[in-house]
Design a protein around this ligand. Structure first.
Ligand code: BG6
Length: 505
């Protein structure tokens, strides 16, 4: 077994969570910080300051986090470790647009620096409604809390959505960069923290056998699927402003696309990787409105029965307009116009209330130039596939042809499989551990730079405009528990391909 270098604990710092009473804090942030502490990756001199509107005492806030951690953490809570952790948590109540809140926060930070030796380094985590991103950044700046002086650093993590379209993304970036420097802004994308997503780059670039075939000469097409079995789960009001394309495709999926299709970076430095990603995003073909409509499909779930349970339609969800035209499913075909990928279609699909939860990236290779071997008639085509299973299964599969034992030469597809379980009993994680740790050690490679965000919106704009100008008339157009509208199957079948699934290949 190869020994990995032991990672160093991050430098002393304080973490300020805006939106401390929200879901993300209890479900992801505190469990991740606790996990980091258990791996000895949090600095010994650390503190957490929660900021939210409700007035709470430190004690009440600590008790609440302790209860949430016991319920939602990914490992049993060790009373000793929690005891040390708990004593480093405090609370600062106040409105996000009130300068008095920031005055109080400055005092809390000074106290943390003095009593808990956090050295003046601070991560501000903005887990708040997007309307507050710019306000909080400005208030932090006006209170002098983001100035990097005397070797101390100040970093701000921003949750998605980074804008609603190109214009609003530009406006947000302009507001943020008027009070922060770009190197202080960490735009977080939880998909990139997933273990299997991080492995994409290692697989591509850490194995000499793949890079030579990673191009239009050998790859026929690529499929990305982010399927969810759940519906909007009480987030109707938010979802009405987003839809599947903005919620998942334009951000998580475009960034996964950048990772798998970019040119190899010259190093693993954040800027080297981000430079390649932005180049890739900028080479996504800008379509005409006609092409955009021809190459995309929108869907909205209707009622359905899954596992004997009757499920309601999207339009019946709480806080959803009963005539809503918001899509809960999107499928698109896009082309990348560069020397590596010209002519290779990339098919992306994402939706809610699909038959199961799965995130998968599938590369279909070209078939051999001569068909020398008879195939099993039930399995007539013989391309190779490379499949990255990101979640819930985590692994890599390569599908190749093999001879069926017997006196005649007849072939069939077989699978060479790597499963993450082979690494042994892996402790469950939230996916945020790596991202929080990276921010604390100043590694920007998994975070989005402003130009990447804008490039992703630029690529999305022709589709959003075409959709906006051509409202759909046939919603709901797929039943809950099915693989989306019929048109999504046709989108790929008209190119003589099929959506890959373990059952049908
Ligand atoms: C979020 C979306 O960004 O990603 C949600 O807002 C979606 O609508 C979620 O459910 C999916 O993330 P995961 O990690 O559960 O696949």
């Amino acid at each position: 077994m190869d020994a990995c270098p032991i990672p160093q604990a991050a430098e002393p710092c304080a973490l300020v969570i805006f939106g401390a009473s929200g879901d993300l804090t209890k479900r992801k942030l505190v469990p991740s910080l606790y996990n980091l502490a258990s791996y000895h990756l949090l600095p010994a001199d650390f503190s957490i300051i929660g900021v939210a509107r409700r007035p709470l005492t430190d004690e009440v806030f600590r008790d609440q986090l302790g209860k949430d951690l016991a319920e939602l953490g990914t490992q049993p809570v060790d009373p000793n470790l929690w005891g040390r952790f708990r004593g480093r948590i405090s609370y600062c109540g106040g409105n996000f647009d009130d300068p008095a809140t920031y005055k109080k926060l400055a005092e809390a930070l000074a106290e943390s620096e003095k009593n808990l030796k956090t050295s003046g380094n601070v991560v501000f985590y903005l887990s708040v409604q997007p309307d507050y991103f710019a306000t909080i950044a400005r208030q932090l700046s006006e209170a002098g809390l983001v100035a990097e002086e005397n070797g101390r650093w100040r970093r701000v993590i921003i949750e998605k959505p980074f804008g609603h379209d190109l214009a609003s993304a530009r406006e947000l970036n302009a507001k943020l960069t008027s009070v922060l420097q770009e190197h202080q802004i960490y735009r977080i994308d939880h998909y990139l923290g997933k273990e299997t997503a991080q492995n994409l780059l290692v697989f591509r670039l850490g194995n000499a056998i793949f890079e030579p075939i990673w191009n239009r000469r050998y790859i026929d097409h690529v499929q990305l699927t982010v399927a969810e079995s759940i519906g909007v789960e009480g987030r109707g009001a938010f979802y009405e402003t987003a839809g599947a394309f903005r919620d998942v495709m334009q951000n998580h999926m475009f960034m996964l696309l950048a990772l798998i299709a970019m040119e190899p970076p010259t190093s693993l430095e954040g800027e080297a990787i981000r430079n390649e990603k932005v180049k890739l995003l900028r080479s996504i073909r800008r379509t005409t409105p006609e092409e955009a409509l021809w190459n995309t499909v929108r869907g909205q779930y209707g009622e359905g029965v899954v596992g004997g349970k009757k499920l309601t339609a999207y339009r019946q969800e709480p806080n959803v307009n009963p005539d809503s035209r918001v899509e809960t499913f999107a499928a698109i075909k896009l082309m990348i116009e560069n020397w590596r990928w010209a002519g290779v279609p990339f098919y992306l699909r994402s939706g809610k209330r699909l038959p199961r939860r799965t995130t998968q990236i599938v590369f279909r290779f070209k078939t051999p130039p001569l068909s020398l071997f008879a195939t099993n008639e039930a399995d007539p085509i013989a391309p190779n596939y490379l499949i990255f299973s990101i979640q819930p299964e985590e692994g890599i599969t390569i599908q190749v042809r093999a001879k069926i034992p017997g006196p005649t030469i007849c072939t069939r597809s077989v699978r060479l499989e790597f499963d993450y379980d082979q690494f042994g009993d892996l402790q469950p994680t939230t996916g945020y551990e790596k991202l929080l740790y990276d921010c604390m050690v100043g590694d920007t490679s998994l975070f989005h730079r402003s130009d990447m965000v804008e490039a992703a919106w630029e690529a999305a704009s022709p589709i959003l405009e075409a959709w906006n100008n051509n409202p759909v008339e046939d919603f709901p157009n797929y039943a809950s528990g099915t693989w989306g509208p019929e048109a999504a199957t046709k989108l790929i079948e008209r190119d003589n391909h099929h959506w890959w699934s373990a059952e049908n290949h």
